[in-house]
Write a protein of this length. Structure first.
Length: 237
């Protein structure tokens, strides 16, 4: 039986045109050697690979999509080549694979099959926003996306604020970019005036990055327009 290949976790950019600043040389060196990629989004993955390794011929590479709707069978099938000895790279749509990303299911199955997993350092919106917030970096929780419907969303926000107080814990969450402004309105209407909110949008973008922390009472005076901009939200006392 063939020795399994290696599964590399390939970080990608958060903002356009920033690969030279945020992607380590080891990532590019590894991508140059790979011909098989398991990706969240085919279009963005192909474009990213070509941007960091322009000498590669995309048509000679094989990409398979494993997104949030992928079945267990599709996850397992994506690793068949690796089980037969071929190395592969996982590429998320943005940031680090396996962190708030469906690639985690591929990694889970890889461990079950004793496939070696090699993660590379790269930009993570979650960690970068926490670093820049000034909040508790010893105890924090990431909650992903909040409920879409307003009633459950407000209830969740109140619960997160309660957990923040009881556990002395930074609470981190996200929203679909086109609903960002609506979430901001709910935050300033629901949370206590002294609760601090950090808005981290367009992280790593040299021109449009916003990382700012203020009490809710101050945010009420003026909210930024971050409609359709990738953002992370953090609250702490």
């Amino acid at each position: 039986m063939a020795q399994p290949g290696i599964l590399y976790l390939i970080p990608t950019i958060l903002a356009e045109g920033t690969a030279d600043q945020v992607i380590p040389p080891q990532v590019k060196e590894t991508v140059q050697k790979l011909t098989y990629f398991i990706v969240e989004n085919l279009r963005t993955a192909r474009r990213y690979v070509k941007s960091i390794c322009p000498e590669l011929v995309i048509e000679q590479l094989h990409f398979v999509q494993v997104d949030k709707d992928a079945s267990l069978a599709e996850v397992q099938q994506s690793l068949e080549r690796v089980l037969k000895g071929q190395d592969a790279g996982i590429i998320s749509e943005a940031g680090c694979p396996g962190v708030a990303d469906p690639g985690a299911e591929v990694v889970k199955y890889a461990h079950q099959k004793n496939i070696r997993v090699v993660p590379f350092a790269g930009p993570s919106a979650i960690l970068l926003s926490l670093m820049g917030s000034g909040f508790n970096g010893q105890r924090f929780a990431f909650h992903g996306y909040l409920p879409i419907e307003r009633g459950p969303r407000l209830q969740t926000l109140r619960q997160l604020e309660k957990e923040m107080q009881q556990r002395d814990q930074t609470q981190i969450f996200m929203e679909t970019p086109y609903r960002n402004n609506k979430l901001l309105e709910d935050l300033v209407q629901t949370l206590h005036p002294t609760t601090r909110l950090c808005i981290a949008a367009n992280i790593t973008s040299p021109e449009h990055e916003l990382i700012q922390t203020k009490p809710i009472a101050d945010w009420k005076k003026e909210l930024p327009d971050i409609h359709k901009q990738p953002a992370v939200f953090l609250i702490y006392k």
